[in-house]
Design a protein around this ligand. Structure first.
Ligand code: NZQ
Ligand code: ZN
Length: 384
């Protein structure tokens, strides 16, 4: 196992009815900017619950933050936050609203030039407005991590930044928010969480049995509980287990002291940037290609995944690896997410565009930093 440091200061407030505790977790006298998305919070009652909890605070609202939140929109919120001297940001929504809020928090207090540099040049964030979150969609893990992914529409760029300053002070996870989720978003949440675990697990062995077994337990829980939520949206127990799995998948815990991949995410972000494909859908497309093209390098862990998660323990190594990839594809498709590029009307011209972009950027991805344009071409061609 590698050396590591781990600190996660996010207070999790979990369970039915816990949205009532939002107000008591915000510092007295705060001036709040409440951020939200396209309006789902008005239909499912979350907005009303939040508002009644923060009575007594001065509150300004900023809505219409898009899925794959747009830099252009968020910069408008930065103007509001500066003009109104906002001292607390309250994100009420899914990963996009929360990621967008993280960017608003950092950009408002960014004093070293253009805030786009936070994303494009990894300019260091040294301060941010404190954030609280009410999560309405289990998927990204953003509620308990330091990351955010932002899209600049004018450049067709989708880029991430990380900073401990944007970790929420608290996140409220009430599984009942799942009751109003459309099937597509439940499926997205299952697959995104699944692939978060895979990115931190499916690399090469470093003798880390705790991290491995934590990872496998999250995968197995997603496989068992995810379909229950799809079948019955108001199954509270299943919703609770799905929600906690999503958070645990990307709060840093299973990734300590182990190599991490993230090639699937980095390639997937390009599919969203150019075609607007949902984040989780891009992962379901790319991951099987990564597993196939990197089958030798990842052999030990693919065999372990097959054995411990899918129960594949017969046949030679090649057969087991093939079956493990097949089982993974079948799982994504069973929750309703197609896994091939043509399912999304994407063809070879996009493969060229993505490879060009990685050539220009000049860096490689993957746990051994050996996935560059040539490998990305093979991965995506596998998905045609
Ligand atoms: O905008 P509203 O009206 O709220 O509707 C949303 C949106 O249309 C809807 N929704 C959310 N909660 C709902 C609901 N509808 C009914 N009932 C509810 N309770 O769902 C739609 C999608 O929401 P979005 O926030 O975009 O989804 P998700 O949480 O999957 O977030 C995706 C974004 O997170 C980024 C992705 O790249 C993408 O931009 N990621 C962030 C990560 C992080 N911060 O660590 C890691 C991930 O790998 C990921 O990259
Ligand atoms: Zn993801």
């Amino acid at each position: 196992m590698y050396n590591f440091e781990y600190q996660n200061p996010v207070k999790i407030i979990f369970g039915k009815g816990e949205i009532t505790k939002v107000g008591q977790n915000i510092p007295e006298g705060s001036k709040i900017l409440l951020t939200y998305g396209g309006g789902s919070i008005f239909k499912n009652g979350v907005y009303d619950q939040v508002k009644s909890s923060i009575k007594g605070f001065e509150v300004i609202e900023f809505g219409a933050i898009e899925p794959n939140p747009h830099y252009e929109t968020l910069m408008k919120a930065v103007e509001v936050a500066k003009k109104e001297n906002i001292t607390f940001l309250l994100s009420v929504g899914g990963g996009s609203v929360l990621d967008g809020t993280k960017f608003i928090a950092a950009a408002t207090r960014f004093s070293k030039g253009d805030p786009w540099n936070i994303l494009s040049r990894h300019a260091t964030v040294t301060d941010a407005i404190p954030i609280g979150a009410v999560l309405t969609l289990p998927a990204t893990g953003s509620e308990m991590n330091s990351g955010a992914v932002i899209t600049r529409v004018e450049f067709q760029e989708k880029l991430a930044f990380m900073s401990p300053f944007v970790m929420p002070k608290f996140s409220v996870l009430d599984p009942e928010v799942i009751f109003s989720l459309p099937e597509r978003q439940v499926a997205n949440g299952i697959v995104d969480s699944f692939v978060h675990v895979i990115e931190q697990y499916l690399t090469f062995p470093v003798n880390s049995p705790i991290q491995d077994r934590f990872a496998e337990s999250i995968l197995k829980t997603l496989i068992e509980e995810g379909p229950k939520v799809l079948a019955n949206r108001t199954d509270y127990e299943a919703a609770a287990n799905l929600m906690w799995s999503s958070t645990m998948a990307l709060n840093g815990l299973i990734g300590v002291g182990v190599p991490q991949d993230w090639a699937t995410h980095m390639i997937g972000h390009e599919l969203t940037a150019f075609h607007g494909i949902d984040h989780a859908q891009t992962l379901a497309i790319v991951l099987p290609g990564v597993m196939h093209i990197k089958r030798d390098q990842k052999k030990d862990k693919i065999l372990q995944l097959g054995d411990r998660v899918w129960g594949i323990n017969e046949g030679n190594d090649e057969e087991r690896i093939n079956l493990t990839i097949l089982k993974t594809v079948e799982f994504f498709e069973s929750v309703g997410i197609p896994t091939k590029l043509p399912n999304y009307q994407v063809g070879t011209d996009t493969i060229d565009t993505i490879c060009d972009r990685f050539t220009k950027r000049g860096y490689k991805v993957g746990e051994k930093a050996d996935v560059g344009p040539a490998e990305i071409r093979l991965i995506l061609e596998d998905r045609l």
